[in-house]
Design a binder for this molecule. Structure first.
Ligand code: 5GP
Ligand code: MN
Length: 338
């Protein structure tokens, strides 16, 4: 954040504001961790802050301090609508384009609130008065830590805030193994542990919560794995029928896409998940090295994200989608050399 932006935020927060904090649709550990951490901080400095999630989020995040304060736009439409209309400041966290909030989009378009963006995805839109955007950052949670530091508020980081921030950094760095994990990330983590973050317990609560049906769904996904060695690529499909068979619940497929990358010589892994209700195939892309799945998702599947982790969607059926995908790979053959 530059000095002018820090000054602008200090100015905004120098008087009591009505604040709404928003994560993206289908919020993950970083989105929920960053919004809740900022929520606790803003309340502590005397602001009137609320968190509105565009829709529900996985059960393995619902232990987080402040979970009960999160409003769900899909379920509490009227209340959220009126809060957004009345609010003076809107923080958008872990996303950088209004299209990432689903049904909330028109309300944001119509809002005359002051927007503050904190985000680490590529190609930020220009809706915010203050845009704290840095694609080098491991996570929005690391950025919220920095944001609090810029406001001279590190002493106000409680155990609750530390737990929220730790969770998002852990999940977005793949437990500190992705290349975005820097020495600074580890310094932030060290400070969060000193401030009370329960690192081992957080890992257990997020990753060791498998139900038998989720493990069986994973078995099904791995059986469906298709390997395309000539493109150093592997993909998984899951149909709605398969999801139903294994009693799919939100969050159950989290991390499945990464299994493709655990094979030698595979640098591009994809999962295609059918969503009959929304009539789309939701896609997650992951890569190792320089192959930009952000560009791939942006160019071909109405998506985006980071160099090594991105998402998108397809309006075709599963068969057409995977055929289209496989054909596209020929164009990327030189970039997909391991
Ligand atoms: P995931 O595959 O875990 O859903 O998402 C991976 C990354 O890509 C996350 O940073 C997420 O915010 C981003 N992402 C996922 N889906 C989309 C999408 O449809 N559009 C854009 N722009 N980004 C996405
Ligand atoms: Mn993130």
């Amino acid at each position: 954040m530059n000095l002018a932006d820090i000054q602008a935020v200090k100015e905004i927060l120098s008087t009591p504001q009505k604040i709404v904090i928003l994560p993206h649709k289908n919020p993950d550990g970083d989105a929920i961790g960053s919004t809740l951490a900022l929520y606790h901080y803003l309340i502590a400095i005397g602001q009137d802050a609320r968190v509105i999630a565009p829709n529900d989020y996985p059960k393995f995040l619902k232990w987080m301090p402040g979970t009960d304060a999160i409003l769900n736009f899909e379920k509490q439409h009227k209340l959220c609508d009126s809060l957004i209309r009345q609010t003076s400041v809107i923080f958008t966290l872990d996303f950088n384009h209004f299209s990432r909030v689903g049904q909330l989009e028109p309300l944001l378009e119509a809002s005359d609130a002051t927007f503050v963006m904190i985000d680490h995805h590529q190609a930020p839109a220009s809706y915010a008065k203050v845009t704290y955007s840095d694609v080098q950052m491991s996570s929005t949670c690391e950025m919220v830590y920095n944001f609090i530091a810029y406001l001279d508020g590190l002493d106000r980081i409680t155990r609750d805030i530390a737990n929220c921030l730790y969770t998002g950094i852990m999940t977005d760095t793949g437990s500190f193994k992705f290349p975005c994990t820097t020495s600074k990330t580890h310094r932030v983590i060290a400070d969060l542990i000193e401030k009370g973050a329960e690192n081992t317990a957080i890992h257990d609560r997020v990753y060791d919560t498998n139900s038998p049906s989720r493990l069986q769904l994973l078995g099904c996904a791995l059986k469906n794995l298709v390997i395309l060695p000539q493109y150093h690529t592997a993909y998984i499909t899951l149909s709605q029928e398969e999801l139903d068979t294994y009693n799919y619940k939100k969050g159950d497929t989290e991390g499945f896409v990464n299994y493709g990358l655990t094979m030698e010589n595979i640098i591009f892994a994809v999962i295609f998940i059918e969503n009959k209700e929304e009539k789309i195939i939701k896609i997650s892309f992951r890569s190792k090295g320089n192959f930009s799945v952000n560009e791939f998702a942006r160019s071909h599947f109405s998506g985006g994200g980071h160099t090594n982790a991105a998402g998108g969607k397809s309006d075709m059926n599963m068969k057409e989608t995977t055929e289209h995908f496989s054909k596209l790979l020929e164009r990327y053959k030189s970039k997909l050399s391991a």
